[in-house]
Write a protein that binds this ligand. Structure first.
Ligand SMILES: [Zn+2]
Length: 201
């Protein structure tokens, strides 16, 4: 769980999934005159290992292999593509779900009895892949709990931040309506105004 997930009150059950999807920051808008810089927290296997340890997904020190690192990036891309679809459309998008299935394949899980809380999915491997299996388990648990539909990607092209929709109807499209929503509405208004002016000439 990160400062960011706490700030936006992302439920604990999918906080690592939220943070993992947002390790790729594609935001490139200007806010208060400052251009946001795009960044990727997962630059190499060492960075991935540190990220997983920081999030409590693994305990050991060795960096993941290059193969695991590449599989992690593939998993992140597939999760982001999935979250980019409207919740009602997700299961219909065969290309997206097939890519996600392929990306999840290396990260095995097992079912474990955990006392009074019943059963839980636990990572099968013991090495660095376990951390990524933990992300896949959150995906499954969130889908079962119905909270995955509220994990979405901001509809603004210059943002694409993954956010948790706390609105009552669950129909929010932007991570922050006051920023991304307003920017898009202003752009649509300007475009319409330009079109109207052009048609009058
Ligand atoms: Zn946004």
């Amino acid at each position: 769980m990160s400062k960011e997930s706490r700030k936006f009150q992302v439920p604990d059950g999918l906080a690592n999934l939220y943070d993992f999807a947002n390790t790729l920051d594609l935001r490139h808008f200007t806010h208060h005159g400052i251009q946001h810089r795009q960044a990727d927290e997962l630059q190499d296997p060492v960075a991935l290992g540190e990220w997983m340890r920081w999030h409590g997904l693994i305990k050991h020190v060795a960096a993941p292999s290059q193969k695991t690192f590449e599989a992690a990036l593939q998993l992140r891309d597939a999760i982001r593509d999935y979250l980019k679809c409207e919740p009602a459309e997700r299961y219909r998008r065969l290309i997206v779900t097939t890519a996600l299935n392929t990306a999840m394949e290396p990260f095995a899980l097992r079912v474990a009895a955990i006392g009074k809380h019943g059963f839980a999915l636990r990572p099968m491997p013991t090495d660095a892949e376990a951390g990524l299996s933990g992300i896949v388990a959150e995906l499954y648990d969130a889908a079962s709990a119905g909270t995955l539909d509220r994990l979405k990607m901001c509809a603004a092209d210059e943002c694409q931040r993954v956010f948790f929709d706390h609105s009552r109807p669950g129909t929010r499209r932007w991570c922050q309506s006051t920023l991304c929503g307003n920017r898009e509405k202003t752009r649509t208004y300007r475009q319409r105004h330009r079109d109207d002016t052009a048609s009058q000439i």
